[in-house]
Design a binder for this molecule. Structure first.
Ligand code: MG
Length: 485
């Protein structure tokens, strides 16, 4: 395919963790929210924040909470929430806490170390900020923690109890329609469709692949959101439903991959469900179901399906781990981050040089220190044996060497300060509070480890598929062992 020969920018590329031959993929499945459907995240998250604050106040929390405002750029995905202490953590792949906040106050090194790194903690006790939906939820938690710090006694609950209420109110806002109805009424405000989506899907269809939609949203919401993204975009496929051989709503992922729920058929006119038996018909809408029945009815093996989603837990871990579907993860943040990372490449080079300088300096300093220690020993011995001239000579040399060591230590300190400031500056450019999504300093973040472990391929947006042939063999390049280089 000629497009592949064009040099793609990083944010247009698809990255490979595990080799994947698209030639043996017969069906492509898609999650909806943040995969097929792009949100204006700020508008949507602010809406979820407001609706949830309302529920707090209605249930007896102080009215003052209504003054809290949503701050869209404070959080990133991949963080952990310590519900007991009201803290937010960014950890590396070894679960070492590198950055921690209490509300919006940053913990200093000692505090952080005392709480988290002096003994190993269990990451499973913390809530992982995996989805974009979780961002507004956790942002509200942060604001309430700050409120409780500034107004002691006004909320007579523990951080943990507040978080449990928060979960309850968020779920309620999703169930009672206060969020979804508002989105359906103002799709232009909350959604920002990818203009390349239809073209991307058509390329796969023309290559003979079967497409299906698998979402946890209900039919009414799915119909509105997908209609907004795809209706009337293609002359041959006038309705969004024409793109998909099978549409499954209310799938209850990750339960879909583990359970044995039956399929129901949705009657679109009435939005009612009726029990379904037999094959899944093209053009029909189904609700619920489970993966084993789905594969049986469609006649696919697990590894003939590529599932594309944005939720590492709900979409990717279960589908790959339990039924061996091949997986593609959409990591929307990379769109913006990869561009910034490319721009900050000269800075990265400077940082690397500083690192090399430090290593060389440290090595020279150690050689010097051992020489000083040796001289000292020899001088002692010479004194014992009455060779005072030799002892004096060695001590004089040591004075010189010690002055040199001191000046090298100062040089090392300056170098470290400059290195720290270069690294901080670069990280702040990428995200002012938390730095890179996939890294903490030079270590890989826990989020990066999960992406590597569970996604066969990953990219910043689904429509990047259009830059590659539908029969492309994606080769992993990360299988290198330390002794290969
Ligand atoms: Mg999603």
């Amino acid at each position: 395919m000629s497009t592949e020969r064009i040099k793609l920018r990083k944010w247009q590329r698809i990255f490979v963790n595990r080799s994947l031959n698209m030639g043996s993929i017969r069906a492509l499945g898609f999650d909806m929210d943040h995969t097929l459907a792009h949100y204006n995240r700020e508008a949507f998250e602010a809406l979820a924040f407001r609706e949830t604050v309302r529920k707090f106040v209605l249930s007896g929390y102080p009215r003052e909470l209504e003054k809290l405002t949503f701050k869209p750029h404070f959080l990133i995905r991949g963080l952990l929430v310590d519900r007991e202490r009201g803290n937010l953590l960014k950890v590396d792949g070894h679960k070492y806490v590198k950055i921690a906040f209490h509300g919006r106050r940053k913990l200093d090194k000692e505090e952080r170390h005392k709480l988290y790194n002096s003994e190993s903690f269990k990451a499973q006790e913390f809530v992982s900020v995996d989805t974009f939906f979780a961002l507004s939820e956790v942002q509200l938690f942060v604001e309430i923690v700050d409120y409780m710090e500034a107004n002691p006694g006004k909320i007579k609950k523990s951080y943990r109890e507040v978080y449990d209420d928060l979960r309850k109110f968020i779920d309620l806002s999703h169930q009672d329609g206060s969020i979804k109805n508002e989105v359906i009424r103002n799709l232009d405000r909350y959604m920002s469709p990818d203009k390349q989506l239809a073209k991307t899907l058509l390329m796969q269809i023309e290559a003979g692949k079967s497409l299906f939609l698998l979402t946890n949203s209900n039919y009414e919401y799915t119909n509105a959101v997908m209609g907004h993204a795809l209706d009337g975009v293609s002359a041959d496929f006038p309705s969004w439903r024409d793109f998909f051989d099978v549409v499954i709503v209310g799938a209850g992922k990750p339960g879909f991959f583990m359970g044995s729920q039956p399929f129901y058929q949705v009657i679109p006119e009435s939005n009612l469900l009726k029990p379904h038996d037999g094959p899944l018909a093209k053009g029909a809408i189904y609700h619920g179901g489970n993966v084993r029945l789905f594969q049986k009815l469609m006649g696919y093996r697990g590894d003939e399906i590529l599932y594309v989603g944005d939720h590492i837990y709900g979409d990717i871990i279960r589908s790959k781990g339990i039924v061996n579907w091949r997986t593609m993860l959409v990591v929307e943040e990379l769109d913006h981050e990869l561009e910034l990372l490319e721009k900050s490449r000269p800075e990265l080079e400077r940082i690397k040089t500083r690192f090399e300088d430090r290593e060389a300096l440290e090595e020279r300093l150690q050689i010097l220190r051992s020489k000083i220690a040796n001289n000292y020993r020899h001088a002692e011995k010479a004194t014992e044996h009455g060779d005072l001239r030799k002892a004096k000579h060695l001590r004089r040399e040591n004075d010189k060497l010690t002055r040199k060591a001191l000046s090298m230590e100062r040089e090392l300190e300056t170098n470290d300060l400059e290195l720290r400031s270069l690294m901080d500056h670069r990280e702040r450019k990428i995200h002012p509070v938390w730095g890179e999504l996939m890294r903490v300093g030079f270590e890989r973040s826990r989020f990066a480890d999960q992406v590597e472990d569970y996604a066969c391929i990953y990219t910043s947006r689904l429509s990047n598929l259009r830059f590659y042939s539908p029969f492309k063999r994606y080769h992993a390049t990360t299988d290198a062992l330390p002794h290969d280089s």
